[in-house]
Design a protein around this ligand. Structure first.
Ligand SMILES: [Cu+2]
Length: 65
């Protein structure tokens, strides 16, 4: 498994972090997601590709920087 790091500037609060976590875990139920609204950092440990994780986050309504 690889850890993929994203920056999501419009992740404003813990609810946003939870939404992003759920979106990623809908794609990969085994993924570990560390989403921090303060630093805007999302670290995903997954067997999925970065492209598919990015699409899940984007489809949840967030923009990746
Ligand atoms: Cu929020």
């Amino acid at each position: 498994m690889a850890t993929i790091n994203f920056t999501v500037p419009d992740m404003a609060c813990s609810a946003c972090a939870e939404t992003i976590t759920q979106a990623v875990q809908t794609l990969d139920a085994a993924a570990t997601v560390d989403a921090d609204p303060t630093s805007k950092a999302v670290a995903v440990t997954t067997t999925e590709t970065a492209e598919r994780i990015a699409a899940a986050i984007t489809n949840a309504g967030y923009t990746i920087q």
